[in-house]
Design a protein around this ligand. Structure first.
Ligand SMILES: O=P(O)(O)OC[C@H]1O[C@H](O)[C@H](O)[C@@H](O)[C@@H]1O
Ligand SMILES: [Mg+2]
Length: 582
């Protein structure tokens, strides 16, 4: 039994340790300053209070990005010093964000213990490496991100912190090897367990989906498959699930070795950054040789996001959640008893609204950020939810779940193709087009202006809010830009009242809602680490079946023109084009 001591260290506050939409994300250079991580971790312990921390079982792991290994050792030593009873670490420090949520909710340790929370080490879809981003966030006992009440408290503690506690002489834990190591400190035993990153998650997925029918789909000669983990932590699950469990070929996995710098790429599953997959699926400027697979998907660094593609076909995330909701009861055993309700974030298209209405389901529109779904799920009000930002998930955990979304789509494909004797395979594109024919189509696009001057971004937003005070003026401007665009019927800043705890979140995005159901939304990203990112969301609803087959960019061209001119985008930002279009 190894003994350790607790040291008290003097420290002084750092500016700017306020957790954003999903934790604290900064450049690695910022995080590696002496005491920077330590201050944040101690502030988190202080905010959680000694009562919750003493005797706790904490999960500490993440997407494996640069600086994770060092951070895991520091957090383990600080946990020991703060009276935590046990630390659980995924092998090599790897656990996807959804896997952490599942581990907190479901895993039972060898001694019968259950986790009480987690430090997740990730900056999600931001690049990694010595010059890129690192991040940390705390998740609670329900498996979901800490609510604002806690993150605000953490922040307050970071502004006044004077000391932290660390077991400096605790030996570094070998995170490459599974097993339990026992230590003893001044207050008693402290254990570290390193466990297989995938087993618990695989078990959870098996309890939700019908793996037998998925195996059948993957073994069908009519079906071909491809998954790109963009060198994120999704790779640690892809082989186990898609290859070992479901029988996909190894060659169908792209970039599935987790890397500290994500192979130098930007681990964000969209049409811009998932280049290799996009080319393989026949959607790139330069196509790869051969027939593209029937199904393709990608994940972000921490594998909570997903992009779903068919052969030469892109499924918008807003359509994806609507289609999953529409088919969940028939295609996914976990939902066979019915859906409790569905929810989407405000900028996500209203495709889900139409499904909810037609299936008579409870429906919620929440601000951007997965945490808003958690309360609804804890209250038993929501089964399936999604965001335009490539996030889709369900109440099996309290995070969005990239691999879950892939399995949901595979389940829908398996369901639509079961008992099919004729040669025709029902493709991803068929499923989406059938959905549009039944429910109407929400043409949708998002323009991102990344790393814009923060002052300029604020000015643009204030200008748009000011404009909202006179709708007649707005409509006059719009008529001057395009006479074929309908009138704005309502404009506001989105405010949300949580129907469970009554809390109010204001300034959640600027909305221009048109008479014909079209919407223009402007928001500042809450996840960047430098400058400001302006997001512009453009949506138009088309019910007429003869008009649902247009190219999205053609259908949306008039609204795009209105959005850019109305907001004076180029004047404010100096940008003539967005950085990313999805
Ligand atoms: O604030 P943004 O950059 O638009 O990012 C928004 C997204 O950030 C994270 O990924 C959150 O987990 C999502 O729930 C949210 O939709
Ligand atoms: Mg992510």
């Amino acid at each position: 039994m190894v003994l350790f001591n607790v040291s008290r260290k003097d420290t002084t506050p750092f500016d700017g340790q306020k957790p954003g939409t999903s934790g604290l994300r900064k450049k690695v250079k910022v995080f590696i300053q002496p005491n920077y991580l330590e201050n944040f971790v101690q502030a988190s312990f202080n905010a959680l209070t000694a009562e919750k921390v003493r005797g706790a079982t904490l999960v500490v792991s993440g997407d494996g990005r640069y600086y994770s290994k060092e951070a895991i050792q520091i957090i383990t030593k600080m946990s020991a010093a703060n009276g935590v009873r046990r630390v659980w670490i995924g092998q090599n420090g790897l656990l996807s964000t959804p896997a952490v949520s599942g581990v907190i909710r479901e895993r039972i340790g060898p001694d019968g213990s259950k986790a009480t929370g987690a430090f997740i080490l990730t900056a999600s879809h931001n690049p990694g490496g010595p010059n890129e981003d690192f991040g940390i966030k705390y998740n609670m006992e329900n498996g979901g991100p800490a609510p604002e009440g806690i993150t605000n408290k953490i922040y307050e503690y970071t502004t006044t912190i004077k000391e932290y506690f660390i077991a400096e002489d605790l030996p570094d834990v070998d995170i490459a090897t599974t097993g339990v190591t026992n230590f003893t400190g001044p207050e008693g035993p402290f254990d570290v367990e390193v466990f297989d990153s995938a087993s618990d998650y695989v078990k959870l997925m098996k309890s939700i989906f019908d793996f037998e029918s998925l195996r059948k789909l993957l073994s069908s000669p009519k079906f071909t498959f491809c998954y790109d983990a963009l060198h994120g932590v999704g790779g640690a699950y892809a082989k186990r699930i898609f290859v070992d469990e479901l029988g996909a070929q190894e060659s169908s996995l792209l970039n599935c070795t987790p890397k500290e710098d994500f192979g130098g790429g930007h681990p964000d599953p969209n049409l811009t950054y998932a280049k290799e997959l996009v080319a393989r699926m026949g959607l790139g400027k330069s196509e790869s040789k051969g027939e593209p697979p029937e199904f393709g998907a990608a994940a972000d660094g921490d594998a909570d996001r997903n992009m779903i593609l068919g052969k030469r076909f892109f499924v918008t995330p807003s359509d994806s959640v609507a289609i999953i909701a529409a088919n969940a009861v028939e295609a996914i055993p976990y939902f066979s008893g019915g859906l409790k309700g569905v929810a989407r974030s405000m900028p996500t298209s209203a495709a889900l609204d139409v499904v909810a209405k037609s299936l008579n389901l409870k429906f919620f529109e929440v601000p951007t950020g997965w945490k808003f779904f958690g309360n609804l799920m804890d209250a038993g009000l929501c089964s399936v939810c999604g965001e335009e930002s490539f996030g889709t998930g369900s109440d099996h955990i309290r995070e969005k779940d990239g691999i879950w979304a892939v399995l949901a789509w595979l389940s829908i494909l398996a369901y639509k193709n079961k008992d099919k004797t004729e040669d025709k395979f029902v493709t991803v594109e068929d499923i989406v087009r059938q959905h549009w024919a039944a429910y109407g189509r929400h043409y949708y696009t998002r323009y991102d202006y990344e790393n814009v001057d923060a002052g300029a971004a604020k000015e643009l937003m204030s200008y748009l809010v000011k404009l909202q005070s006179s709708l007649s003026e707005v409509n006059q401007i719009i008529k001057g830009i395009r006479s074929d665009v309908s009138n704005v019927a309502h404009a506001d800043e989105f405010e949300y009242k949580d129907s469970v705890d009554g809390s109010i979140s204001s300034h959640q995005g600027i909305r221009y809602l048109f008479e014909d159901g079209s919407r223009l939304i402007f928001r500042l990203s809450g996840t960047g680490s430098e400058g400001a990112t302006i997001r512009l969301y453009i949506e138009q609803y088309e019910k007429d079946p003869s008009k649902i087959g247009r190219l999205s960019q053609d259908a949306l061209a008039p609204l795009v023109e209105v959005a850019l001119k109305l907001s004076k985008m180029q004047e404010f930002t100096g940008r003539s084009a967005p950085t990313v279009i999805t």
